[in-house]
Design a binder for this molecule. Sequence first.
Ligand code: SAH
Length: 393
Amino acid sequence: MQKRVLLKRGKEESLLRFHPWIFSGAIASIEGTPDEGDVVDVYTYDGKWIAAGHIQVGSIAVRVLTFTQESIDKAFWQKKIAIAYKLRSDLGLTNRADHNIYRLIHGEGDNLPGLVVDVYGRTAVVQAHSVGMHCNRMDIAQAIVDVLGDKILSVYYKSETTLPYKAQADNSTGYIIGGHLNDVPLEYGLKLPVDWINGQKTGLFIDQRENRALLEKYSNGRSVLNMFCYTGGFSLAALRGGAKLVHSVDSSAKATELTIKGVKDNFPDDDRHKAFAEDAFKFLDNMKEKYDLIILDPPAFAKHRDALKRALIGYRRLNEKALEKIEPGGILFTFSCSQVVTKEQFRMAVFTAAAQAGRSVKILYQLHQPADHPINIFHPEGEYLKGLVLSVE
Ligand code: SAH
């Protein structure tokens, strides 16, 4: 029997506008007893086929893969990956000798809800955020290799923290095609210490690439404080940009170790850099030194809507501390990657921080995620990274 989901009357409306999620409350009945992760066909209350997608237990019951009647087979994955790859090639990210890191698939932004693929040299790191993508991982890995040819030799699967049930994902973590290569991950000429096996996310916050490049231009002669540094991407950009000194802070000692390694790999015998494994708020409270350029790139303070109010207070407090201490004429790069915090809310939190710190502040740039993290226009929830570059009197 065909595995199908029948919608309640009127619940097809968001699908007619190509929104890729079907909530459990929109479903009238499920036929053919699909397993979690199966592809199901979706029909309106009056029996018209409208979409097909992965079914999952939870509030998002179906993640839509297509609004056209087609098979979800090898050719489907190849077609989707080819479209995504072309977009990255057009951006000039796939064919440079000095750069080999980019996001190949960005979930809903590439019409593949639940799937993230990041490329580091000739390795693709695949992360499933849905059971369906987990079930299809081998087809996806093969399609990546088929489409990218000799540009990808290895595929590493890493979903132990992103899937609803841990056990199955744990067993499948590891290389599913090829094995470890000795490629050096490069971001615009800088060697980045990427550890996809033990690191956060797929090993790097690729989404800050263009913002790191912008920071480089503001670094010359400045003393720089990189808060929440993770593997130190902003620190490396600042050092190359000619910073007088760079201090990197992260509460994770693993992160500061990788930052130190990155500095050594790129700038051997350079003594301008120091790393501190400390809590960012405490560091800002206790620091004696003032800096000319501060980066604030904290983890998402709000992962859910109910945490929004506290998150906004967190952003306000953090930015207030930095604005109190930055040198006159200083530059602040400040970010929020919380999906539930809007651009306006974030800007208001920073505005309040500036008023409370009593500093005169100008906005130089309003930053966002780069084009290899595209936003599906029908899924505005996909816009998550926001940043401001401020000049502080
Ligand atoms: N700017 C980084 C990415 C930052 S991710 C880059 O360009 O790669 C956020 C980082 O904040 C993580 O590395 C996490 O370990 C760190 N972190 C989380 N809470 C912290 C805290 N209270 N103090 C300092 N660092 C913290």
